[in-house]
Design a binder for this molecule. Structure first.
Ligand SMILES: [Zn+2]
Length: 346
């Protein structure tokens, strides 16, 4: 079996996927057509090179953001994103998105969440289990964060646990994560899981406070690019992450194309993987960065010299870090073991 086939067939878990950054070229074209804006298709360049200029990625993201302004768009996008992950042999997917309100189209935060949940329900025939994290955007302030947290709790109960927690994201240079601690604590008290984008840029004080306060209640960390001393962090941060064993969601191409990491070789994956710390490979924004989870596994293996057995173990171990319950975890582990003989791992 060639490498491409192996990484494609490998069963995978995706825990770091923002819905609006995950929109594929096909879906962009579909939505532009639907909106009568076909002439804009030629404005976005898609090429498979891993070294495209950052402005091309942002151009795509900007366009993507103008394509999801009503509930119907969100529904179409979410259905397509789930189908694409399923086609890439992702067996368990946690999507995240910020519920938005757009008065002009009558979109409310509730309708936004309901459109995503309907898409998850309508694609349930696929061989993929999907959960949803509501994103708190650090640019929008604590009041909206609180509203989002309460919305997550309400829809968790209505959706029978499909809404499973909270994501904290947005421009890491805006605002202070410490302001959101009461919301994180309250979310945890209400049984919601937490995945926090932390230390994407050097912010050692902010990161220290969050980790000290939440400890292992920080369910997972997104990126954690700047935890290590040589990246603007320090030993205290590294030790806390190790001590609480907080899994890291690591998105290689996103970090390299997004220029928070200079190149694949210097990605923080190696540091944490060598410490036997839980590392989960993710795509972040597969549309914006033009990648797939299979490609991300292939890049990690190539860069850090992982053989097929190690890649399989890495994928299997990701199941430990999912937010769904033990029954789902066991179902997935069984599936992995069933599929292993088809992968020709020697
Ligand atoms: Zn992210």
């Amino acid at each position: 079996m060639d490498n491409k086939d192996f990484y494609h067939r490998l069963p995978k878990v995706e825990l770091h996927a923002h819905i609006n950054g995950s929109i594929s070229e096909e879906t962009i074209k579909k939505l532009l057509k639907r909106k009568g804006r076909e002439e804009e298709i030629s404005n976005v360049r898609f090429d498979k090179k891993q070294t495209e200029p950052l402005e091309d990625s942002f151009k795509r993201l900007k366009l993507m953001q103008t394509l999801s302004d009503c509930a119907e768009d969100i529904y179409i996008i979410t259905c397509d994103v789930i189908q694409e992950f399923a086609a890439d042999n992702v067996k368990y997917l946690e999507l995240r998105s910020t519920p938005r309100e757009i008065t002009a189209t009558g979109l409310s935060r509730e309708l936004y969440v309901e459109a995503v949940l309907k898409a998850i329900k309508d694609t349930s025939y696929l061989d993929i289990i999907v959960r949803f994290l509501l994103s708190i955007d650090r640019r929008l302030g604590v009041d909206i964060a609180l509203t989002t947290m309460k919305l997550a709790e309400r829809y968790r109960d209505i959706s029978n646990g499909v809404v499973i927690g909270i994501d904290f994201s947005g421009d890491p240079k805006v605002g202070d994560a410490r302001d959101y601690l009461p919301v994180f604590n309250e979310a945890h008290n209400r049984g919601l899981k937490l995945s926090l984008h932390l230390a994407e840029v050097p912010a050692p004080e902010e990161t220290k406070h969050i980790l000290q306060d939440l400890g292992a209640r920080t369910g997972r960390i997104g990126h954690g690019t700047c935890l290590q001393p040589e990246c603007g962090g320090n030993e205290t941060l590294v030790n806390m992450v190790l001590q609480y064993r907080i899994p890291l969601e690591l998105c290689l191409t996103s970090n390299v194309k997004g220029q928070t990491v200079p190149n694949y070789d210097q990605h923080q994956f190696q540091f944490w993987y060598n410490k036997n710390h839980p590392c989960i490979i993710g795509t972040d924004d597969k549309g914006m960065f033009d990648t797939t989870l299979s490609e991300e596994y292939a890049i990690a293996a190539r860069t850090f010299k992982l053989d097929r057995q190690s890649v399989w173990t890495l994928s299997l171990a990701s199941i430990d870090a999912i937010f769904a319950d033990d029954v789902v975890k066991q179902t997935l582990r069984n599936k992995w073991h069933e599929l292993k003989p088809t992968l020709n791992i020697t």
